[in-house]
Design a protein around this ligand. Structure first.
Ligand code: GLN
Length: 484
């Protein structure tokens, strides 16, 4: 039998339907692959082997169920999604001993669609970071080169898919955390429109920007996963009630009728040569297929990183106030009074990046500075929205690199957070806008590292986005498996 872990979601589902193999065999193959690759990539914080195998057995007993979109399919979820009875750490020491008391809506919907969740994946602490190196439990490594970062904050999710541990995963994207790691690991990642997917039971980072979404090895698989989790949830009033069409068989867009806008600000002349080379070839293939590439201007991007890091840290500082040693997780036991309890708990329980952001966020919200920072940033957010809206009248989708660098060596920027913040320019404007984005592999650099590109679409137009993505996927070279 072929190695079942190599199948993508669509292939695996077909095989289960045809009874070519059982759920137990499929899940077992992924778990074996996980155990074989985990010492190298460290993508997972918790492996749910026992319950996954139990569930697989149960599904095998019941027999294939056509009405269940993900029947028997193994998945991983980022460790910010609550999964009842399992740990949910969000990559933080603060939550090291926390066990979810309830189920995130995403997890509940995946399970009721028949999916088998096999592991919870590593991430930067509270999803703050771009490399997974800010996880309190150590970094995840890039499957294509374990000396390098997988990107972040959903680096564990991307690495688990790229390494073949599971054909699909869920992550979250506040400023790029699905699209950038997908790009650096060579898989497909979809950030849905803000409000498409319920955030109930998802550990919050910056609530006006956070959005959950899928990672997989094909565009169609991402569509299939989104279709299962999207839609109204009585437990999250921010979820859109807009209807969602069937997304699992995106029809590739007609290239002769496709216009892609390239923002001058995201295609600088000093783009990393490795990225520029692969994306140059990718653009040439688009042009050959008669896709029209036009330049678009997003002047407000000059201020986007600054605005994002004010808004996101402001929201994070309030969201993280709950980790005070009283209600959740870690508590410093030796404190003498309440203030000391708060201070010592947060000093020890939270890592350097989380603390840096709480300080920054508290500062920009303080009464003397609110007008100068928070209000200004909110105004910039509006400008970014308007610029992207205008650009999207000149083209169907915006095309940009998924990251300004290919995967970098572990440790490169640990002492230089600002440089990493600036690199987020490629992805975070879309979160300020709110629309959907799709990152997909464009090819391998000369050094053998994946290079990704992303499309930004119109609000709630995931259908169009996936259809354009399906065309690009056809035109661009397939991503080879890493040598693991
Ligand atoms: N790198 C960005 C940040 O650290 C985005 C993270 C995310 O999308 N969760 O804020």
């Amino acid at each position: 039998m072929t190695e079942l872990w190599r199948l993508n979601l669509t292939q695996a589902s077909r095989g289960l339907k045809n009874r070519d193999f059982t759920v137990t065999e499929l899940v077992g193959s992924c778990l074996d692959r996980l155990k074989a690759t985990e010492p190298t990539v460290a993508a997972c914080l918790a492996v749910l082997e026992e319950r996954a195998l139990e569930r697989a057995k149960e599904l095998d007993g019941q027999g294939f169920d056509e009405s269940k979109e993900l029947w028997g399919l193994p998945l991983t979820v980022k460790d910010v999604f609550c999964l009842k009875g399992a740990p949910t750490t969000a990559g933080s020491r603060e939550l090291a001993n926390y066990r979810s008391a309830y189920e995130a809506t995403v997890v509940r919907r995946l399970k009721s669609a028949g999916a088998v969740i096999i592991a919870k994946t590593n991430c930067d602490e509270f999803a703050m970071g771009s490399s997974t190196e800010f996880s309190a439990f150590g970094p995840t490594k890039n499957p294509h080169d374990p000396q390098r970062v997988p990107g972040g904050s959903s680096g564990g999710a991307a690495a688990s898919v790229a390494a073949g541990q599971a054909p699909g995963a869920f992550g979250t994207d506040t400023g790029g955390s699905i699209r950038q790691p997908a790009g650096l690991c060579g898989c497909v990642g979809l950030k849905p429109t803000y409000g498409r997917v319920s955030r109930y039971g998802v550990v919050a980072y910056a609530s006006s920007l956070d959005q959950a979404g899928p990672l997989a090895r094909t565009v169609a698989d991402c569509g299939r996963l989104l279709g299962v989790v999207a839609g109204p949830d009585e437990r999250d009033s921010t979820v859109s009630t807009a209807a969602l069409p069937d997304l699992k068989n995106p029809v590739p867009w007609d290239p002769k009728d496709l216009v892609l806008g390239l923002p001058t600000q995201l295609w600088p002349s000093d783009l990393d040569p490795g990225v520029a080379k692969v994306l140059g070839e990718a653009k040439a293939r688009l042009a050959e297929a008669k896709v029209k590439l036009v330049e678009v201007d997003l002047p407000s991007l000059k201020y986007a990183v600054a605005a994002y890091y004010i808004l996101a840290t402001a929201e994070a500082s309030t969201n993280l106030a709950r980790y005070d040693g009283v209600r959740y997780g870690f508590r410093q036991p030796e404190a003498r009074d309440l203030l000391e309890l708060y201070a010592a708990t947060r000093q020890i329980g939270l890592g350097p990046e989380a603390r840096r952001r709480i300080l920054l966020g508290t500062f920009v919200l303080s009464s003397g500075f609110y007008e100068a920072y928070f209000r200004k940033a909110a105004q910039v957010r509006r400008l970014v929205f308007q610029d992207v809206q205008k650009a999207l009248t000149e083209c169907h989708f915006i095309l940009a690199p998924a990251s300004s660098l290919p995967a970098w060596p572990l440790g490169s920027f640990l002492d230089d957070p600002l440089t990493v913040y600036l690199m987020d320019l490629m992805t975070l404007p879309l979160n300020l806008h709110g629309g959907p984005g799709l990152s997909l592999p464009a090819g391998l650099s000369d050094g053998g590292l994946p290079v990704g590109a992303q499309l930004w679409g119109r609000t709630l137009d995931e259908e169009g986005l996936l259809s354009a993505g399906a065309l690009l996927e056809k035109l661009w070279p397939p991503m080879p498996w890493p040598n693991l």
